[in-house]
Structure formats: C-alpha cells, structure tokens
Design a binder for this molecule. Sequence first.
Ligand SMILES: Cc1cc2nc3c(=O)[nH]c(=O)nc-3n(C[C@H](O)[C@H](O)[C@H](O)COP(=O)(O)O)c2cc1C
Length: 400
Amino acid sequence: MSDKPQREIALGISGGIGAYKTPELVRELVRSGVKVTAILTRNAEAFVAPLTLQTLTGEPVIRGLYDLSGNTDVEHIALSRRIGLLAVAPATAATLARFAQGLAQDFLSTFFLAVSCPVLVAPSMNTRMWLHPATQANLTLLRSRGVRVLEPSVGELACGETGSGRLPEPRDIAAEIMRLLDRRESWSGETVLVTAGPTREYLDPARILTNPSSGRMGYAVAEEALLRGAKVILVTGPSSLNEPWGAEVVRVETTEEMRTAVMEALPRSTWVIKAAAPADFRPRRLSREKSPKDSLTQLDLEATPDILAEISRRKNGQKVVGFSTGTSDYLEAARRKMHEKGLDLVVANRVDEPGAGFGAPTNRVVILGADGSQEVLPLLPKREVAARLLDRLELLRTPI
Ligand SMILES: Cc1cc2nc3c(=O)[nH]c(=O)nc-3n(C[C@H](O)[C@H](O)[C@H](O)COP(=O)(O)O)c2cc1C
C-alpha cells in the first residue's frame, strides 16, 4: 500500500431535506482536488437531481442496487477498494438504522458493509427524530464500530422547528472529509493527556460553583489527536458531549478529582493539553445538609489546587500546553500564565467575544509560543482550531 492518502471518496446521499446542500458540498470537494462518486438512495432522488450530481462530480451516479446504468458490479467493487472514505451526507434516521443493523437493503447500505475505508456520517433530521432513543442507540452502535459521526448543528430546521438536527454547512462537512482523507499517523507513539470541560464544587448537596465550559474545545483536541494516531487520555469534567471514539476517558466532577486523574495519567503521557476550565474556588467547608438561603449570601471560599502548576513541577520531559481565557487583557494574562507555569505553548482566547470562548461551537484564539511566537487565528469551528493547534505542536516535536 502506498503512503499517499487516497483522495477519492464515495458520497452517499440519503432522502433527507439536507440533501439540497450536497451539490455545494460536491463543489467544495472537487475544488479541493477530491474525486467524488455520488451514491443516491431512491428517496434522495426526490430531493436532489442525479443529473446535478453527475455534472458536478464528472462521474456516473450510482442510484439503485439493481440499476447499474453503465457501471458493472466489478467497477463497484473496484470503487470500494479505491476510495479513502465513504461519507454520507445527509444520513437519514432510516439509513443510520440500516447501517447499524447491517441491513443491506439498497446500494448504499450494501456498499457500507463492503467497504474497509473509514466511514463518516453526517446525520440530519427533525430534532425529535434525532433525540429519539432508537436513533441515539443506532449512533452509539455505529460509533462503537469506528464510524465517525459529524454532529448536526443547532438552528432552524426545514420543518419550521428550531433545535438540533441541521446538516452542517457544506464547507464544514468538506473540511471534516479533507481531514479524514489527509489523515496521517503523525502522532503515533505519542500519548496525549487532554483535559476538558468545567469542574463543579459543591456548596451543599443542592448547589454548585462552576462555569459555562461545555468541553467542546478539549473534546475537539482529543478527536484531532486520535485522528493523527495518538493514544489519548481524556480527563473530563461534566459534559453532555459524546466521548471521542478510541480515547481512554476519565470522568471527574471536582477540581481535586481532576487533579488526581491528571497526576495518575501524567507519567504515561508525552503531551499534556489542558483545555479544561476547572473551578478555581471551592467552599472552605462543604455542608452535608442543604444550607438555608440566608446563610449563602457570604461565601467562605478557598482556592482549588493549581493543576497546571503541579504539572510543571512534576513533568518529566512532557510538553505542556495550556489554555488561557480572559477579557480585554487576555494576551497579557496568557503570556504571564505561560511564564509562571513553564508552558511550551499557550492558547489565549477572549471569553467576551461573540462566537468565541465558553460553550460556543467556534473559537477565536491566539497561539503564543514560549519562543515569543504569536499566531492569530480567525474565528473557526473548534475542531479546526484543534487541527491548527496540533499542526503548530508538530513543529515543536520536530525542531528544524
Ligand atoms: C419532505 C421530507 C423531508 C424529510 N427529511 C428527512 C430528514 O431530514 N431526515 C430524515 O432522517 N428523514 C427525512 N425524511 C424521511 C425520509 O425521507 C424517510 O425516512 C426515508 O425512508 C429515508 O430513506 P433513505 O434513508 O433510504 O433515503 C423526510 C421525508 C420527507 C417527505
């Protein structure tokens, strides 16, 4: 096998309203030099014309299991061997169910069982269909078998409702496809310890101190490191995100628990990327009983353990990357943190900008190096920020 990534894919399109975005997706891919063969389910043809896809891909479109129109069986087997990726966008609830159950009922679901390349699905459907336990169980099964799931975005849906289930924008799907195609095992042999999410400090059994971190940035870093062949240990505070497939995940709640988990994993790691936002204060005394309201107007707090400072003291050759959040003086604060904690690199982000910081799917960051370098990134999806960060870290691994 050649090391050169195969820049040829099959694009499955199933019968969801999001199919109207696929011609644009094909254009993005073709522009990036990817050869695309479109595979339409019968129902997809109600949403997007085969002729449109055939014209944009420049390849015959595969339509039905028994309608090979010009393609022979042998060519399809050859296609399954040639492609570097099977991407399905949109993936309907029905198509996901067929994939999960191994029901080879049409060309796409038969092809899915036949390919040995990575598979990416981009589900898109009404929010209630998306949240239905049957759909979620099918996705869990598919993820456990290594299928990559591009989470749908939140917004206005074609049915008029607002919620989760929108097909991500073509350029974001194309970026994910390119990442999978260009996947290199450039981090194999490395163990990356990533922290993510907030922590919680209990005032009493019913009340907590925490922050709005969603875990998205850390999970994106973990996924990107996995994609590049690293072993990943993800220490995560409470987060509703799906666990990245293939990571060793340690779930914690308090900053002290995060500290313990990080210190346990540190000797096994070659990199530490601290994207978590641990609560930095906790009550000096935890009340076992729910406290009366008026007793909480004055809180007696103490600082939680400084995990990053302890990593700096205990590290033994690991490279350490921190995230620093701030407002107007965020760059100053990040530089200070880098020097005080002996970091190799710090990612600075403002938490008071629209679309950036806590909870947002996107982020705008500045990557500061201990060598004085400064890389300003535009507003990007967090997954893209993670990719750019790992690109930057690769330079630290192989100094020229
Ligand atoms: C107008 C319309 C829009 C639809 N949009 C979606 C959708 O976005 N996601 C989905 O899972 N199903 C959607 N469906 C239902 C699917 O078309 C249906 O489940 C079908 O069996 C899917 O077949 P396929 O997966 O083989 O293409 C829609 C149906 C109609 C009539």
